[in-house]
Design a binder for this molecule. Structure first.
Ligand SMILES: Cc1ncc(COP(=O)(O)O)c(C=O)c1O
Length: 492
């Protein structure tokens, strides 16, 4: 069990003019806070000396109040641990706590919520989202992370922390990290950018939210890949946008379909390097067609480049943003897949003329990103650990991917269509005549986590199957997991 935060004073409103003596007021405040469950068993209370300073009274009434609370079993004094709320409260106190909880039950009167809230798809609730292991999507090789290097950088930054680092940072993020990201993107992803166009965000999810708020109005139309990334759908829906699902094929987004269905969309969200979830790489002709549409119809393209570092059969494909000569592309990237997702650091490359507008949104939202890990990450990149990690992971993921492909062919047969295996940390298997959700639900009961492909469709589900992650799947666990999947499919 986590320790309760210690030594924090409860709210005590003393009335110096009241007839009730001060010691009694302190005693009452504590007793009520304990009875109502605001102070919990084991929680440390401030020392009498500190509380006296805080309440600006002498120590005597506080000593008396504490003594009575101890005598009645509300508080207990422990040598070396100070005074804590008793873990074994008297029965009548526990009874009143239960009554106290009832006092805060949910009222029956209407409880209005924003339209924004009710427009959201319930995400993260499928039974397949509960665990770790073979086939986990967006899970990296956690155990292979260079912990020693990272920990030493964290220690170095902790040791040299200075007053300046405690202030609000720039809404764009730390200069050092932005320089490092700009160099990386120009070199490895052929992105056209300078550091002053890069905004550091809390993962690409926040990058999308800021982009949506900066570019879109309620009612604006947005092209989304179908099937596509549902977490992005919720960003647009909560901003009141109308979503136009546009199908994808082996060449990526079917731009002509988008134009036919909804020419006047303000934004097209695409993942051209490795479409999520089917994994196609957008062809050169589609890229040019999309850029031309955006310029012609005065629209924006949002490029989600979430896992392009890992390509197995060719060198990484240049970004779409790098082809754009009209500054129509907002490029979003993340360290979630290439390092680890709890880092919550991503970036947006903003066309120069839009930077001030994105900053205005950032200031309205969370002012600035948290500083500490930006500094750690900047050094991690600048000192070469980042590129080393990518190289190492590319080999590891390739090995895991190859085993997975072999197992798919061995267990599910060559008739099963595999898409998107050329890059990233997941692929999709398309299986005819299956209810993927039903299988995924059964699989979850035996701790096998399968993301059903159908969950990525906004409209009619055209293909069923599974999105199989291999980033966190140890090579030796893949054959077994695949046999389990096959058994589940056989017993449909
Ligand atoms: C399509 C896509 N975009 C972006 C992300 C990363 O999101 P974030 O950077 O917020 O962790 C993921 C992770 O699963 C993803 O699948």
């Amino acid at each position: 069990m986590r320790k309760a935060p210690s030594g924090i004073s409860p709210v005590i409103a003393l009335d110096r003019k009241a007839e009730t003596p001060l010691y009694r007021q302190v005693y009452d405040a504590y007793r009520i806070a304990i009875v109502e469950g605001r102070l919990r068993g084991g929680q440390r209370v401030p020392s009498t000396r500190l509380l006296a300073v805080e309440l600006r009274i002498s120590r005597l009434p506080i000593l008396n109040a504490y003594a009575q609370l101890v005598a009645e079993g509300y508080l207990e004094s422990r040598v070396g641990a100070g005074t804590v709320v008793s873990r074994s409260l008297p029965d009548q106190v526990i009874l009143s706590q239960i009554r106290g909880r009832r006092l805060t039950s949910v009222s029956q009167r209407p409880r209005p919520l924003s339209h924004r809230t009710s427009s959201l798809l319930p995400l993260g609730t499928g039974p397949w989202q509960r665990g770790w292991g073979a086939f986990g999507v967006s899970q990296v090789a956690f155990e292979q992370f260079p912990f020693a290097v990272w920990n030493s950088l964290v220690a170095r930054h902790s040791r040299k922390l200075q007053a300046q680092a405690l202030d609000y940072g720039s809404p764009m993020g730390s200069k050092d990290l932005r320089e490092a990201v700009a160099t990386y993107l120009r070199t490895a992803r052929a992105v056209r950018c300078e550091a002053d166009q890069i905004m550091i965000v809390s993962g690409s999810q926040q990058g999308l939210e800021i982009t949506a708020r900066a570019l879109l109005d309620p009612g604006s139309r947005v092209w989304m890949e179908e099937p596509g990334y549902r977490f992005a759908r919720n960003v647009f829906a909560s901003n009141g946008c109308q979503i136009a699902p546009v199908p994808v094929d082996e060449e990526g987004l079917k731009v002509a379909d988008g134009i036919r269905r909804c020419r006047q969309a303000r934004v097209a969200l695409v993942s051209p390097s490795h479409q999520y979830p089917l994994g196609s790489t957008m062809s050169a002709s589609r890229r040019l067609q999309l850029l031309e549409w955006a310029e012609h119809s005065a629209s924006w393209i949002v490029e989600d480049d979430y896992d392009s570092e890992f390509r197995y059969e060719s060198s990484p494909i240049a970004s779409l943003q790098g082809l754009d000569t009209n500054s129509r592309v907002i490029y979003i990237g993340t360290f979630s897949e290439v390092l680890f997702p709890s880092l919550r650091i991503g970036y947006v490359v903003i066309p120069s003329d839009l930077v001030e507008h994105f900053v205005a949104i950032r200031l309205a939202m969370d002012l600035a990103p948290s500083g500490f890990f930006q500094s750690v990450l900047a050094d991690f990149i600048q000192e070469g650990h980042f590129s080393r990690h990518i190289r190492r992971m590319r080999l590891l993921y390739n090995e895991r991917r190859n085993v997975l492909l072999e197992c798919i062919h061995g267990e599910l047969g060559r008739a099963t269509k595999v898409t998107g295996a050329q890059a990233g940390m997941h692929l999709s298997v398309i299986i005819k005549g299956v209810s993927d959700r039903h299988v995924a639900q059964r699989a979850a009961k035996q701790n096998l986590w399968l993301v059903p492909l159908s969950s990525s469709y906004l409209g009619k589900v055209r293909q069923q199957g599974f999105i199989l992650g291999f980033g966190s799947s140890a090579t030796e666990e893949i054959p077994n997991a695949m046999r389990e999947l096959r058994a589940l499919l056989d017993s449909r």
